[in-house]
Each structure stands twice: as C-alpha cells, then as structure tokens.
Design a protein around this ligand. Structure first.
Ligand code: GLC
Length: 421
C-alpha cells in the first residue's frame, strides 16, 4: 500500500464522516460532534480543504455556553445509537445556547490547531480568526476560573480529560457511591467488543457523577464544592498551557491585548509543578478531594514538551516506554499492574496522543524520539487502518474503525516528511 493511497483513504474518511459542517468521530459508536476530535479533524481538513477546516472550528463554537465553556459533545441531530444522549445530560436550560450539548468540556487543543490553519493562509485566516478570537479567550478563561483552583487544571468528570478509563481516575472513582444509579442501557458495547471498553462499574460511576451535576443545574461552584469528582489532570493542564501560548501568538497577529493570556501562561507554568509526583518522578494526576497522587506514569505526562516545558527528568520514562513496546507510545506504563494492551486508555496506543507528543518533541529538538513515534504510527496505520487505537504489543487495531482523528493525524503529521513538519 503506498503513502498516496493511504492519504486518499484518510481524505475519504474525513469526507465520509462529514455531517455537514462538522464531522463525527466514527459512524455508529460516536454519532455526534466531539470537541477535541473536531480540532483534530480541522487539522486534517487543512491539508486539502482549508475553508472546511475553519468551518469545523466554527461549528464547534456554535455550541459554546454563555459562561464560555465549549462542551465535549454537541448533539446536533438526535441519534439513538449513543448513550448518554441529550435528555440524560439535561443541559438545555442552563447553557444559554440553542444547541444541545453535554455539560463538561474536553482537552483544549483547538487553539493550537487553529493556529496551524491560520499559518497556512494568513490573510484568509485573519478574517476567520477575528470572529473566533474572543470565543477562544472566553473558553480558556472558563478553564482558568472553574478548573484552575490548584494551579493545574482539573477535570470534574473522567470524560472531560478525553482519557475516559485511564488508571489516573481509579482511586477517585473508587470513592464514588454509584449504588443509586438505576437501570440504563449502554450502547457502546453493542458497537465494540466489551473487553475493549470501560467496565460496568466505570459506567455506573460516570453516570453518578453526571447525575449529581445535572441535578445541581450544572452549577460550576456547586460541582467544585460538593461534586463527586475533582482530579487535577496532566492532559488538561499541558494542552491548555500550549493552547494559551498559541492563542497569545494569534492575538498578537490580530493586534489584540494579550496581557490576560500572558497571566494564564505564567499561572499554568507554575501550576504544572504541582503535578510533579516525587514518589514516581513523573507528572501525575492528583485527586483534589483527598490531595493524593494517582501514582501512574501515563502517556499524558509526555505532553510536557507539547506544553513548552523541556523537562529532562521525563526523558528516561520516554525511553523506557519506547523500549517496552514495539508499537509506542503505550497510554499506561507497561510495567503497571493496571496495564492492559486492549482496554482503551489503560494501555493501547492512540495515534492522536502520539501526534501531540511528537509535535512537542519536534519543537524541543528531540528529533530521533519524534521520528520513532512517527514511524510507529505509520506502521500501525499501514497494518491496521485508521482505527480508534491499537495494541502496543502486536499492533492489532482496536475499538471503532475508520476514525476521523486517526485519519486527520495521518494527513497532518504522521505522513509528513519530518523536515516539513
Ligand atoms: C472517547 C474518548 C474521547 C473521544 C471520544 C470520541 O470517549 O475517550 O477522548 O473524544 O471517544 O472519539
């Protein structure tokens, strides 16, 4: 199979998952618009259709809440193939927006990829960005206000992290009483092998956390004060720090006052330090309700370079992950007792996370590590197609097939000549 034909396949996937102004992550399993998936989609579209790339970001912001939050799912068209849908989230009365949505956000990679769109055609981009810039500031400001209490950025639901069943949440989830969750029917396990998905107990907890927030009218202060789950997260913290740097740069191009964003950057550079767990010598998730670290080395920690933090203490961990898996980077330390090469965020390789790690390594000048990651991604896609994620040991594709963000990552990063990237 040639590179050209894979690129054609990737373009066909983006076009095929296009529902008119937004893309679904994959048909069936994920039938709505997801936040960080769409940011990746835009990054991919920009390789062959720049106006459509901008449209993806514009549609994402069509769901922005009055308080600035950009939701993790926009339910543009009802689809019974997904649970929990709009009626379960119950956000319509408090979002201040006509688009139905979930009540939490997701890793803010959109500003970073919007910068990539902008740099492809500055004149066209300026026009688009003028209308979006204040919306980005409002969203990032929402994170700083409602998720930034510890200096690092926390998630109030595991889904907000984008790494749904990562081992990072185990201890905090164990403290959630899910006995009153009642009956419900999952839809994900009718699309994908249940062995590759979160467990029943995981889902009970996800719903309990969601119900608490919904029953409290999605009141952010109530959720922070009395909610069932609050964990400071390396993914959110590193992606927001990077996103603020890119937003600042874009603001300067537009001649805007960026002093507020500057303040956020300084605050997050400091806040990142609170995620350093001396016991494992690594950035780690921290339960803000108990003050305890999760104690896991995950691929999220390798986003420090993406965030502009060249932390040499992380290099031995990275080398260890690269040696341990023929197909790196595993989402969880392969020596962890929680590691499972097939179960979602507890071991599998995600091409999108690899792309973010790779971008960061390239920026920091670690070319050979970035190259190893790029060639592992290429091999996985050549062998297994544009799957949701892959087994780091034997490269088997897993989860959903024909995934938008895997195709987009191929087009915009994996298939690129390193000199060009
Ligand atoms: C899963 C992933 C999340 C992603 C979504 C749609 O929930 O954990 O990161 O955004 O699927 O692909």
């Amino acid at each position: 199979m040639t590179t050209l034909s894979l690129s054609d396949q990737a373009i066909a996937i983006l076009r095929g998952n296009d529902r008119g102004g937004y893309t679904v992550p994959t048909e069936g399993l994920y039938p709505y618009q997801w936040n960080w998936d769409s940011a990746f989609a835009a990054y991919g579209f920009a390789e062959f259709d720049l106006p459509r790339a901008w449209q993806e970001i514009e549609t994402l912001f069509s769901g922005q809440w009055q308080n600035g939050m950009v939701p993790h799912i926009l339910f543009h068209q009802k689809d019974d193939g997904y649970f929990p849908g709009p009626d379960v989230w119950g956000t319509d009365k408090c979002s201040g927006n006509a688009v139905s949505s979930s009540g939490i956000s997701q890793p803010p990679v959109a500003a970073t990829f919007t910068r990539a769109l902008f740099e492809k055609d500055i004149a066209f981009g300026k026009e688009k960005l003028e209308a979006l810039f204040d919306k980005f500031v409002a969203w990032h400001g929402w994170f700083m206000r409602h998720r930034g209490e510890s200096g690092a950025i926390c998630v109030t639901h595991p889904w907000e992290s984008g790494r749904d069943n990562a081992a990072d949440w185990d201890a905090a989830m164990a403290n959630v009483d899910a006995s009153n969750v009642g009956d419900y029917t999952r839809r994900d396990t009718s699309h994908v092998n249940p062995e590759m998905r979160p467990t029943k107990r995981d889902y009970d907890v996800y719903l309990s956390i969601l119900y608490f927030a919904r029953d409290n009218g999605w009141d952010e202060q109530r959720i922070l004060d009395d909610g069932l789950f609050r964990v400071a997260d390396p993914t959110l913290t590193f992606t927001l720090l990077r996103a603020n740097r890119d937003l600042k740069w874009m603001g300067e191009q537009l001649g805007r006052d960026v002093s507020e964003i500057d303040g956020w950057i300084v605050a997050l550079e400091e806040g990142v330090k609170s995620l350093w767990n001396e016991d494992i010598g690594c950035y780690d998730a921290k339960d803000l309700r108990t003050g305890l670290f999760a104690g896991n080395v995950t691929s999220a920690a390798f986003l420090c370079w993406y965030a502009g933090i060249d932390d040499k203490r992380m290099l031995p961990h990275l080398e260890r992950f690269l040696i341990a898996s023929p197909h790196a980077v595993a989402s969880l330390d392969p020596t962890s007792p929680h590691y499972n090469p097939k179960r979602y965020w507890r071991g599998p390789v995600w091409v999108i996370v690899n792309t973010l790690i790779g971008i960061g390594l390239e920026d920091a000048g670690y070319r050979s590590e970035a190259e190893r990651i790029r060639s592992d991604c290429a091999r996985l896609i050549e062998g297994g197609g544009f799957a949701e994620y892959f087994d780091p040991e034997d490269g088997t594709p897993a989860g959903g097939g024909v995934f938008t963000w895997t195709a987009a990552s191929w087009l915009a990063w994996v298939s690129k000549d390193p000199k060009e990237a």
